[in-house]
Ligand binder design. Structure first.
Ligand code: 3EB
Length: 339
């Protein structure tokens, strides 16, 4: 259901759920809630557009400043909020998330499956707290207010960029997904105190049944973190190798294609680089892993820990005949790893 536009030859947009472009600024099209732009600019000749498709035509509109599109069991929603001068990012984030989670519940798609968050000056300190940590605090408060427990946290990405405003977009479902943990990492929502007053509210990955019966795996932003500790601070190449190890471990643990001999890399990867100049070296390492069978989008983005240079998210899809059934009860072993 999710593809980069470079591999999406079908121009008919009857079943278009989302059309996401990457550029210099965050943008919303008041005339078409399916179309948004995210202000993490593509690096070099990277793909710069992602489309999500449904078999049926979606319904779209605005609910206040939340743009949405829905069809079948899925909903795409987005919100772009400007930070008033002197405002506290905790409060801005909490308000945005309370608004979004309330909308999802009222619209009948109460399960956030995947959320992307982009914010300016992510590593800056404000009011005695790093802005990313303030964001985490506001988000955690909103999840608590909406009574969404840890086992229902979505997969997520949180990235800094130059573009102004807090941009949030998401995929939500009528049906909950199955969270997947990474045995090499502790669950982010169990991070100890030094990483902030409230831990990040996300699952390492989530599995859900796609609109055409496919099994979809959405992988959160993944970095050079083992346990809860940053590995190879300030070393982008070593961090890339560590991140690949984390992704391999996650994909193996998810076992979305147990009958497929190769537990290969996800079909889509999105790579956020703090230093765009690293693209060539990083691409060499990633291509060696994917053997050029994955599509890779490279974006200029700032990682939420100052000592992280790279973060990689992924998406994969398996058609039903390639795979056995997904029953959450069968997958108890794949739930988030408890330390
Ligand atoms: C990490 O593993 C890296 O706060 O939503 C990755 C993906 C990260 C999502 C988030 C943070 C988030 O902690 C950072």
């Amino acid at each position: 259901m999710i593809a980069y536009a470079s591999s999406d030859p079908d121009g008919a947009d009857g079943g278009l759920l989302a059309d996401i472009r990457f550029g210099l600024h965050h943008d919303r099209d008041p005339a078409d809630p399916r179309r948004i732009q995210i202000g993490t600019p593509p690096i070099a000749d990277s793909p710069r557009r992602e489309v999500w498709r449904l078999p049926q035509t979606g319904t779209s509109g605005w609910s206040g400043d939340i743009g949405y599109v829905c069809g079948g069991d899925f909903l795409f929603a987005h919100l772009l909020v400007q930070e008033p001068a002197g405002a506290d990012l905790t409060a801005v984030t909490q308000r945005a998330y309370v608004q979004l989670l309330g909308f999802l519940r009222d619209a009948g798609f109460p399960h956030p499956l995947r959320i992307w968050n982009y914010m300016p000056r992510i590593n800056d300190e404000e009011m005695g707290l790093e802005r990313y940590q303030a964001f985490c605090r506001g988000r955690a408060a909103a999840f608590a207010e909406a009574a969404i427990p840890e086992r229902c946290f979505p997969a997520a990405t949180a990235i800094g960029c130059e573009a102004a405003g807090l941009s949030i977009h998401l995929l939500a479902g009528r049906v909950a997904g199955v969270p997947i943990g990474n045995p090499r990492q502790i669950s982010a929502y169990r991070y100890p105190r030094p990483y902030g007053p409230r831990p990040p509210s996300f699952a390492r990955a989530l599995c859900y049944r796609g609109p055409c019966g496919t099994l979809e795996l959405t992988i959160s932003g993944t970095a050079s973190i083992v346990g809860h500790v940053t590995m190879h601070p300030g070393e982008p190449m070593r961090q890339t190798r560590e991140t690949i190890r984390n992704l391999r471990s996650l994909v193996a643990h998810a076992r979305i294609a147990p009958h497929r001999s190769d537990q290969g890399p996800p079909a889509l990867l999105k790579v956020y680089l703090r230093d765009p100049e690293r693209i060539r070296d990083v691409d060499t390492l990633l291509s060696a892993w994917t053997r050029d069978r994955s599509e890779i989008m490279y974006l200029h983005g700032i990682i939420c820990r100052r000592d992280l240079e790279i973060e990689i998210e992924g998406h994969d899809s398996v058609s039903p005949h390639q795979n056995g059934d997904l029953h959450p009860s069968d997958r108890a072993d794949s739930r988030e790893t408890r330390p």
